[in-house]
Design a protein around this ligand. Sequence first.
Ligand SMILES: NC(=O)c1ccc[n+]([C@@H]2O[C@H](COP(=O)([O-])OP(=O)(O)OC[C@H]3O[C@@H](n4cnc5c(N)ncnc54)[C@H](O)[C@@H]3O)[C@@H](O)[C@H]2O)c1
Ligand SMILES: O=c1ccn([C@@H]2O[C@H](COP(=O)(O)OP(=O)(O)O[C@H]3O[C@H](CO)[C@@H](O)[C@H](O)[C@H]3O)[C@@H](O)[C@H]2O)c(=O)[nH]1
Length: 439
Amino acid sequence: MKISVIGTGYLGATHAAAMAELGHQVLGMDTDTHKVEALNKGQAPFVERGLDDLLAKHTTARTLRFTASYAEAAEFADVHFLGIGTPQQAGSGAYDLTHLQAAVRRLAPQLRDHALIVGKSTVPVGTTAQLRQILTEHARPGSNIHLAWSPEFLRESLAVEDTLRPDRIVLGIENGDTTSEAVFRAVYAEILGAGSPLIVTSLSTAELIKGAANAFLATKISFINAMAELCELTGADVQQLALGLGYDQRIGFQGMRPGLGFGGGCLPKDLLGFTHRAEELGADQAVSFLRQVDAINRRRRERTVELAREMLGGTVVGKRIAVWGAAFKPGTDDIRDSPALAVAGALHRIGAEVTVHDPAALENARRACPSLDYADDPVSAVTGAALLLHLTDWPQYAETDPAEVRQHIAAPRVIDARSALDTDRWRRAGWTFRALGCP
Ligand SMILES: NC(=O)c1ccc[n+]([C@@H]2O[C@H](COP(=O)([O-])OP(=O)(O)OC[C@H]3O[C@@H](n4cnc5c(N)ncnc54)[C@H](O)[C@@H]3O)[C@@H](O)[C@H]2O)c1
Ligand SMILES: O=c1ccn([C@@H]2O[C@H](COP(=O)(O)OP(=O)(O)O[C@H]3O[C@H](CO)[C@@H](O)[C@H](O)[C@H]3O)[C@@H](O)[C@H]2O)c(=O)[nH]1
């Protein structure tokens, strides 16, 4: 089938490559010409496991290419996926839908009759009704454009795997629109055939499923981090507490890792966007706990700064601090709302000299936070430091030998804000070791 993907960032570039892998002819479209250029060379403009290989394979085979032209995308395909960014509005929790609306406005008059638009971006409930209005106003008179929504659940660092083998697919369609469902099933035939369940719903249910999923994931993380606060007050150990809960299969271990909390381009903004929209609709009471979920998450960052100050005898001014990690989580160079960079920046603002290392996100971090110092390897980052903060749980940090690192740091103090280092091993190597929520 001939498919376009409009918006080729983290979601869209992965989706385009995955659609080509399924055997479709794919044209990706983005207004960012640098991205288009890199993608046409078969290079992902960000770090994502397995994506470069897929891009190279399918751009070489000419089953996948990229353009900055709406007209070309509209002309090329009968099915158009939307992967456009829906960031947070400045100064408000609300979503900024202007990019999405602009794209639909530009595409509408150029679309072929009976084209299907399938939104994948994360949007507040009610968005598709607005987009339908835009289509009605701007599509060619007499043409029949189908609109469906299939929210995306991929995780960065596992994006290719999650796209090709999703644990479920959601499809929201307009009342009685069996055509869209049939076309969608044809696009996803291979994935559905391999057993991924498809849930077909109304458009508003599909919009809500995505918001609710991210609100739930955020709640789970903040729950365990709220327990960490309680542990800190009582001398209990949140890692053991998480173990004691996780064996209960109704609770589980996933999304229950205590620490510095959630960041990234999704959970923080989707939690706020979902809450904001629910409040607009009058469901304030139903979602008031989600305000706490956000507050607990922000407090973890403040607590880490506070603990650093405590370990340095009450002040960080003029002290050299090493930070391991800049990405919002391991396996990516994405620094959007990164808890690690937020803590590094806060320490710098109150007078510390901060040196950051990250295996993949250094370039992005340098550009976003030019006032911090950066090191190309974890050992040079700690050289001469009075404290080490472990803020992103890249596996290579857990594998580092604490005895070796100790030889380079001025004072062997460490805060493990991701509950990922081996406490006993670090203590045995002579480190003063603190972890959030642990004695
Ligand atoms: N990143 C993820 O893991 C993920 C997972 C699920 C859902 N989502 C959702 O997917 C959407 C995209 O997220 P992302 O992380 O890929 O963001 P991103 O910023 O990496 O990509 C968005 C892309 O849209 C492009 N764009 C903006 N306006 C455009 C326009 N008018 N026409 C064409 N292209 C345009 C941008 O240039 C950019 O390349 C968001 O709604 C996000 O919440 C993201
Ligand atoms: O037990 C945990 C799990 C995660 N995190 C943190 O939570 C954040 C988000 O992690 P994760 O969910 O793995 O990353 P994302 O790639 O942002 O994926 C989320 O956001 C996407 C965009 O909406 C969704 O598609 C995914 O389903 C959803 O998991 C990161 O900062 C993690 O460090 C924790 O602190 N503890």
